[in-house]
Every structure is written in structure tokens, then in C-alpha cells.
Design a protein around this ligand. Structure first.
Ligand code: TYD
Length: 137
């Protein structure tokens, strides 16, 4: 069973250049899965919260390409908040972790790389169900 200790900030390469900086990310090198899907969250009104669910199977990597946001993770016992405020930080989150994206800055752009295609059955959207499952494991 995964815990919040398995959630990790990964510092990505940053190629500094007077013309502007460049960062990149490579599957199975910077994070331990193959990318099946990428999606991104943007135009988030002040104070709004996204996420608020766990995944049964999929792993993910969240990068604040622009601006900043906080990602709160929980494993049923402990909670931790990661601040993503650099374009070269990625947050790896394995399956079975409740995660909520909050505190988005103006013009924040958060990209999520996922190990699976979208399928609703993979979501645990009910917090009490999540707690029950976490206890059973
Ligand atoms: P949802 O996962 O509920 O957003 P949040 O992570 O903030 O809770 O997704 C919102 C809607 O977008 C929902 O109807 C499902 C749809 N969606 C897709 O069709 N494909 C995707 O890859 C994602 C992430 C969401």
C-alpha cells in the first residue's frame, strides 16, 4: 500500500540560458511509469480547489509549468502539502493517495502526466470510501 512517503518532489533538469531557461521530463527516467495521457488545468478562479479524489490504479506526475499551486496528499493516516512553485519541479503521486490541488496562483498552469487513459472507474471520489479502503489495506 502506498503512503504519503511515496509522494516525491522530483527536481527536473534546468538548462539555464540567457535566452530563457529550458526544462524537460522523460518517462521512466524522472518518474517510474510510461505516460498514457497528459492533461492540464488552467484558468482556475481564485480560491477554487481541484482534484479531491484518489486513484485505484493510475500513477501521476504533476508539474506547475507556470505559476504555483499546492497539492495536499493523504494516505488515510497522514497528510502533507507540497508547494509546486518552480517550472522544474514535478510531484510524483502513486495510486491510492487522496490528493487535492489548491491555492492556485493567477495564471497557474498545472500539467498532469498519467500512467493510464481516462477511466472513471479508477476514481475514488468519496472521501469516506477512500478512508475505508485505506484502513482495509
Ligand atoms: P475531474 O477528474 O473530475 O476533475 P478534478 O480532478 O478537478 O476532480 O474531471 C473533470 C471532468 O473532466 C470529468 O467530467 C471527467 C473529465 N475528464 C476527461 O474526460 N478526461 C480526463 O483526462 C480528465 C482528467 C477529466
Amino acid at each position: 500500500m502506498n503512503t504519503i512517503k511515496d509522494c516525491k518532489i522530483i527536481e527536473l533538469p534546468k538548462i539555464q540560458d540567457p535566452r530563457g531557461n529550458l526544462s524537460f521530463i522523460e518517462e521512466e527516467k524522472h518518474f517510474p511509469f510510461k505516460i498514457k495521457r497528459a492533461y492540464w488545468i488552467y484558468d482556475v478562479p481564485g480560491g477554487q480547489v481541484r482534484g479531491g479524489h484518489a486513484f485505484k490504479e493510475q500513477h501521476e506526475m504533476i508539474v506547475a509549468i507556470s505559476g504555483s499551486l499546492d497539492v495536499a496528499v493523504e494516505d488515510g493516516k497522514n497528510r502533507k502539502v507540497f508547494s509546486l512553485n518552480r517550472s522544474y519541479y514535478g510531484l510524483y503521486i502513486p495510486s491510492g493517495i487522496w490528493r487535492q490541488m489548491e491555492n492556485f496562483s493567477t495564471n497557474s498552469l498545472a500539467m498532469v502526466l498519467s500512467s493510464t487513459e481516462f477511466f472513471e472507474e479508477d476514481y475514488i471520489r468519496d472521501y469516506n470510501e477512500f478512508l475505508l479502503r485505506a484502513k482495509e489495506k
